[in-house]
Design a binder for this molecule. Structure first.
Ligand code: ADP
Length: 338
C-alpha cells in the first residue's frame, strides 16, 4: 500500500517540478530567440549604414546568417531539453526519497495503531473466554443449585469488572496517545495534585497497612492537573500494589534548574534488571509481579504514565533493586514551552 502511495506522491512532486521547469524553459526560449533575431537584425542594419551609397548591398543571406540564427535556436532547444531531462531524473530520485520520508511517520503511526488494536483484542479475549466458558458450564449443569448459580454470577461479575478496568485503561491510553491531543496547560500547585492522588490510593494503602509519607514541597508548575493526577495515581498505586504489607512509600519533590523532580520510593518487590528495559511498554508485566503479588493489572499503567510525562515534555526513569524496592523519578519542566 505504501509503495503505491510513495510512487503516487513522487509522481505529484515530479509533475509540479516539471511544470515549473518546462514553463521556465518556454519563457527562456522565447526571450532568447527574440534576442537572437533582434541581434541579427541590428547587425544587418549596421552593415547597411557602413556601406557607401553607390555600393550594392550584398545578398541578404550574407548580411544575416539565417542558418546561424536557426542553428542557435536549435542548440537552445537541445540545451533546454538536456537540462529538463537532468531535472526530471534528479528530481525523480530526490522526490522518491522525499516521498519515503514524508510517508514514514504515517506508516509508523498505522503500524503502531495496528499493534495497539491486536494487543488490545488479545488482552480482551482472555477474560471474555473465561466468562463465556464459566457461563456455558453453569448452563449445561442440570442440577445447578441457587448457591452454585450465585457463585458463577459472582465470578462473572469479577470478570466483567476486570474487563471494565481494562477498557477504562485502554481508553485512557488512547486519549493520551492522540497525535493532536495536546491538553491545556495551566499554572497548578503540584502539591495539591499530589495530595489528591494520595487520597485516591489511600483505601488500598490502608488495606495493606502501608504508610504514605508525603514529603513534597509547595511548588507551582505549568501542567495539566488531570493528566498529572492520573500519573501520580498510577505510580503510587504501583508502589503500594508491588509492596508487601506494613511497608512505607515516600513521595518527594526537588526543584532543580528549571525542572522539578518528583520521586516515589517504595520498599516493595523491586524489578529485575531485564524487566527494567520493558516496563514502560504496553501490556508488559514482569513475571515476579505476577507470581509474587498476584496484583491485578494489564501492564498499561506505566505506558499511560510515559505518555503523560511526554505530553509535559518531561522524563521518567526508574532505579530498582529486587527485594529491596524501587524509585520512580519524574522530571517535569516548571514552564511549558510550546
Ligand atoms: P500493571 O501494574 O497494571 O501490571 P504497569 O504498566 O503499571 O502495569 O507496570 C508494568 C510492570 O512494571 C508491572 O507489571 C510490574 O511488573 C512492574 N512495576 C511497576 N511498578 C512497580 C513497582 N513500584 N515495584 C515493582 N514492580 C513494578
Amino acid at each position: 500500500m505504501f509503495t503505491r502511495a510513495r510512487f503516487t506522491l513522487t509522481a505529484w512532486y515530479l509533475l509540479i517540478i516539471m511544470f515549473v521547469s518546462i514553463s521556465f524553459s518556454i519563457v527562456i526560449y522565447t526571450v532568447l530567440s527574440h534576442e537572437v533575431e533582434r541581434f541579427a537584425r541590428s547587425q544587418k542594419f549596421r552593415i547597411e549604414r557602413r556601406l557607401p551609397d553607390n555600393q550594392l548591398l550584398p545578398a541578404p543571406s550574407l548580411l544575416v546568417d539565417s542558418d546561424l540564427v536557426s542553428e542557435t535556436k536549435h542548440r537552445l532547444i537541445y540545451m533546454l531539453v538536456v537540462i529538463n531531462s537532468v531535472i526530471f531524473i534528479v528530481s525523480g530520485g530526490l522526490g522518491y526519497i522525499l516521498a519515503g520520508r514524508t510517508l514514514q511517520p504515517i506508516a509508523e503511526m498505522l503500524d503502531e495503531q495496528h499493534r495497539f488494536v491486536s494487543d488490545s483484542s488479545h488482552e480482551l479475549r482472555t477474560p471474555l473466554t473465561s466468562l463465556k466458558s464459566t457461563m456455558e458450564v453453569a448452563l449445561r449443569d442440570k442440577q445447578l443449585t441457587l448457591g452454585t448459580a450465585k457463585t458463577v454470577l459472582r465470578e462473572s461479575v469479577e470478570d466483567v469488572n476486570k474487563l471494565q478496568s481494562l477498557s477504562d485503561e485502554l481508553l485512557q491510553l488512547a486519549q493520551y496517545e492522540k497525535p493532536n491531543g495536546q491538553a491545556t496547560m495551566k499554572l497548578i500547585s503540584l502539591n495539591t495534585v499530589i495530595t489528591k492522588a494520595i487520597q485516591s490510593v489511600m483505601p488500598l494503602a490502608k488495606q495493606k497497612e502501608i504508610q504514605i509519607k508525603d514529603m513534597t514541597k509547595q511548588i507551582e508548575i505549568e501542567g495539566n492537573k488531570y493528566g498529572l493526577n492520573d500519573l501520580f495515581v498510577i505510580l503510587l498505586d504501583n508502589a503500594i500494589k508491588y509492596s508487601p504489607g506494613k511497608k512505607s512509600v515516600a513521595i518527594r519533590t526537588r526543584k532543580t534548574d528549571g525542572n522539578v523532580d518528583i520521586s516515589i520510593e517504595d520498599e516493595g518487590i523491586g524489578i529485575d534488571e531485564h524487566d527494567l528495559l520493558h516496563i514502560f511498554d504496553r501490556f508488559y508485566r514482569a513475571n515476579t509481579a505476577r507470581s509474587k503479588t498476584q496484583a491485578s493489572g494489564y501492564g498499561l499503567g506505566l505506558a499511560i504514565a510515559k505518555k503523560i510525562v511526554d505530553m509535559h515534555h518531561g522524563a521518567i526513569s526508574v532505579k530498582s533493586k529486587p527485594h529491596k524496592g524501587s524509585i520512580f523519578t519524574v522530571t517535569l519542566p516548571v514552564k511549558q514551552f510550546s
